[in-house]
Design a protein around this ligand. Sequence first.
Ligand SMILES: *[C@@H]1O[C@H](CO)[C@@H](O)[C@H](O)[C@H]1NC(C)=O
Ligand SMILES: *[C@@H]1O[C@H](CO)[C@@H](O)[C@H](O)[C@H]1NC(C)=O
Ligand SMILES: *[C@@H]1O[C@H](CO)[C@@H](O)[C@H](O)[C@H]1NC(C)=O
Length: 322
Amino acid sequence: MVFFLFIPIILGCIIKKIFFPKTLKSIEDKHVVITGGSSGIGKSAAVLAAKQGAHVTIIARNQQNLNTAVTEIKQACTNTKQKIQSISLDVSDYKEVGEKLNDIEETVGPIYMLINCAGLAICGKLEDISNEDIQKLVHVNFLGTVYPTKAVVPKMKQRKEGIIVITASQAAMVGIFGLSAYSGSKFALRGFAEALDMELRHHNISVTVALPADTDTPGYETENKSKPVETAMISESGGLYDPNHVAKIILQDALEGNFFSYLGIEGFITSILCVGMSKCSSLLHLFLQAFLLGPFRIIACLYLASFNRTIKKCLTKEEKNK
Ligand SMILES: *[C@@H]1O[C@H](CO)[C@@H](O)[C@H](O)[C@H]1NC(C)=O
Ligand SMILES: *[C@@H]1O[C@H](CO)[C@@H](O)[C@H](O)[C@H]1NC(C)=O
Ligand SMILES: *[C@@H]1O[C@H](CO)[C@@H](O)[C@H](O)[C@H]1NC(C)=O
């Protein structure tokens, strides 16, 4: 069994090496806009973009956090011509987003890359989450990605170049206990990205969906506080990633034009299992999907059965404690 898994991987890698050498797009001297850029994965991505010589605009709500981040990003610059600035706004307010992004294009330059990192995670069983929190998830995670994207797309189309990054989550591919509202808002992003990619492909604009697992960010700390015990038990095997590492992978995948950006063995398995009708990024990926989808489905069912047992155990314990 394991042997059969290795053959396609090795063959695929050889094919890739020979026929598809990596060609990374460059962001040197280009304008990169990052929402949620004052902390977590967004800030790490901003620092990396600055290191690669880009002009960077970060967007978040809190001006003080933005100022601190701008200082840090400026230190990563490689030349004195790079422009680093911030905009304080609420990404789920379309009017504000449209106006401010328009202004920044005029003062800094055309937006070549938009990295949507603004997002938040609130856990809890459906009946335990307030309606305000559910609305917040939809507004920030879904609309807060759709609106900035809508604001930049027309001009990217005119210029016939651009890169859009949509930061979803592994929970955009797999629904887990305690993440019903969060997963819903993130699954929506995957559908959005798939359709958008089809709209933009012929205009030389690439779309990348990032599927990070748990990452060690301020957002994760908040999320951790509201996490039901079942959710923690199910997701603990994934570990906690360093935001700098996650941002590096996302940036690389976006510059290579890959549709999915994932990391770790679980990310790889998920990307194969949940491939559906998404864009085929390379022959290697197609090859891997064709060979691994069946076996991975069996592995997935073993995982699901173990999650099922965990949830049942917690329920029994809860009922006993009543
Ligand atoms: C597509 O965009 C890239 C930069 O992202 C640019 O180098 C290339 O010339 C563009 N191709 C066309 C056909 O416009
Ligand atoms: C998450 O919360 C649990 C307890 O609720 C704690 O044991 C754990 O250390 C926390 N992890 C992080 C990364 O904050
Ligand atoms: C989950 O566990 C319950 C018993 O606790 C069982 O009836 C059910 O078939 C299991 N479902 C799956 C998908 O394993």
